[in-house]
Design a binder for this molecule. Structure first.
Ligand SMILES: NC(=O)C1=CN([C@@H]2O[C@H](COP(=O)(O)OP(=O)(O)OC[C@H]3O[C@@H](n4cnc5c(N)ncnc54)[C@H](O)[C@@H]3O)[C@@H](O)[C@H]2O)C=CC1
Ligand SMILES: O=C(O)[C@H]1O[C@H](OP(=O)(O)OP(=O)(O)OC[C@H]2O[C@@H](n3ccc(=O)[nH]c3=O)[C@H](O)[C@@H]2O)[C@H](O)[C@@H](O)[C@@H]1O
Length: 437
């Protein structure tokens, strides 16, 4: 099929390249000229494992192209995907101005039947609203709108798309259902067909539920610390029950990223507008906001509240591993708090440092973890990168000033840390006291 994808962020780019990989002809459109020029050369604006190779392969196979010219890109397309950003407004509501601009542009040009699909995460009712805009601009209704929300995760976006567990297709016509089902057949996945409003709701409900699992286990972690239990074992014991499942029960410093914080707030706003008080999700957000500061409390506790002049090595800045995305990363809030206390923070992240400098004023970074930890009073882990999982703890102990490790991601075993003589504080587990001065 001929596909046009509008917006080349994570979602537009990954879904565009994956649609081309399964045999379609895809044009990805963006208003950012620089981005498009780079993409034409196979230069990828984000760090995402496997993406560059797949983009280059599909450009060479002439199945994938990039353009700033929506009119031409639309001309031969049967299906148009809208994949622009829907950032949060001040009150939590999703800002639909980019979606509105795209719908208006599509409407101005639309002259034959196409299916126009929203891939961006949008409030319930947006599909119908888009339909109204396009009808008004085009002066006809020879098109269908549909919803096909995206469930990929950053850092494993290609895998998640090529191996999707389900495709949700919200439609109001047989033709749109037929075309979108056909498009998804090569993914050999479960297909959930619904009306448009239901599809829009599925996306928010899924993200809010995953966020709930994280805040739930973080609250259990906080109780574990008070009563002397180990949250990693609690999560294992709970998660082996199929009805609960192991996934998303890793306690830590809470969720960040461009979606969970934004989408939970947007859902609260959708509920409010509908006259409903969404109590659970409000608390999920509240718990998450506080959870990141527990790491700050643990650093202070290690030094009897005196961080003045302490050299702290922060390992990991991105909101999760395998991405350079800094949106709503816990490090943005944690590092300035440590600096306010007079600590000298030296940070290292395998790929996110460039973006981190835009988000964290006065951030000092170094090019390797070993430079960061040299003579450090404490090492603080904020992102669970594989590189940190494989840290040689004996070498580390030899280069730091004192063996203090504060771990926001529960990466090491308490027994190992005890044996190596570290002071080791993590989340929802007992603190190994070691013998620091
Ligand atoms: N980032 C992620 O992992 C996921 C994001 N989503 C949702 O997908 C949507 C897109 O997210 P991202 O890809 O992260 O967004 P992004 O903000 O990184 O990228 C959006 C792109 O759209 C372009 N754009 C804006 N206005 C345009 C216009 N009028 N015409 C053409 N291009 C235009 C921008 O230049 C930018 O390149 C959001 O609604 C998000 O909630 C859903 C699942 C996963
Ligand atoms: O709508 C979206 O944008 C996407 O949001 C999330 O994907 P993403 O934000 O890329 O990353 P996740 O792997 O879900 O992690 C989100 C945050 O939760 C944290 N997390 C995750 C799992 C866990 O057990 N504990 C935990 O603290 C991570 O560290 C990270 O900060 C969802 O997992 C995707 O399905 C969805 O498509």
């Amino acid at each position: 099929m001929n596909i046009c994808v509008i917006g080349t962020g994570y979602v537009g780019l990954v879904s565009g390249v994956c649609f081309s990989e399964i045999g379609n002809k895809v044009t990805c459109v963006d208003i950012d000229e620089n981005k498009i020029n780079n993409l034409k050369e196979g230069i990828i604006p984000i760090y995402e494992p496997g993406l560059e190779e797949l983009v280059v392969k599909n450009i060479e196979a002439k199945k994938l192209s990039f353009s700033t010219d929506l009119n031409t890109a639309m001309e031969n397309a049967e299906i148009i995907f809208i994949a622009v950003g829907t950032p949060p407004k001040e009150n939590g509501e999703a800002d639909l101005r980019f979606v509105e601009a795209v719908a208006t542009s599509i409407g101005k040009k639309l002259n034959n039947y196409k299916v126009i699909v929203t891939k961006s995460t949008v409030p319930v009712g947006t599909g119908k609203w888009i339909k109204g805009i396009i009808e008004k601009e085009s002066g006809h209704n020879n098109f269908d709108v549909a919803s096909n929300p995206e469930f990929l995760r950053e850092g494993s976006a290609i895998f998640d798309t090529m191996n999707m567990e389900r495709a949700v297709i919200g439609v109001e016509s047989e033709k749109a259902k037929e075309w979108l089902t056909k498009l998804h057949e090569p993914f050999k996945t479960n297909i959930v067909i619904s009306d448009i409003e239901t599809a829009e709701m599925i996306k928010y409900a899924a993200n809010a539920f995953l966020a709930t699992k994280i805040s739930f286990i973080n609250e259990i972690a906080n109780i574990c610390e008070l009563v002397g239990a180990d949250v990693t074992k609690v999560a294992e014991g709970m998660g082996l029950d199929n009805r609960i499942g192991q996934a998303f029960l890793a306690a830590g410093i809470g969720y960040g990223g461009s979606c969970f914080p934004k989408d939970t707030n947007a859902l609260i706003n959708i509920a409010e507008k509908a006259g409903y008080n969404l109590k659970i999700v409000k608390d999920v957000e509240d718990v998450n906001k506080n959870q990141r500061f527990r790491i700050y409390d643990k650093v202070k506790e290690a030094f009897n509240s005196d961080l003045n002049g302490k050299k702290l090595a922060v390992l990991g800045l991105a909101f999760k591993p395998n991405t350079d995305d800094m949106r709503a990363a816990p490090s943005i809030d944690i590092i300035p708090k440590l600096q306010e206390e007079g600590a000298l923070v030296l940070a290292y992240d395998p790929v996110a440092m460039k973006n981190a400098h835009k988000e964290i004023p006065n951030l000092q970074t170094v090019e390797s973890y070993i430079e960061a930890v040299q003579d450090a009073d404490a090492v603080i882990i904020l992102t669970d990168w594989e590189e940190f999982k494989n840290l040689d703890l004996i070498t580390l102990k030899g280069v730091v000033k004192q063996p203090v490790l504060i771990d926001g991601r529960n990466m090491f075993s308490l027994d190992d840390m005890e044996e190596l003589g570290y002071y080791y504080a993590s989340i929802g587990r007992k603190t190994v006291k070691g013998n620091i001065k």
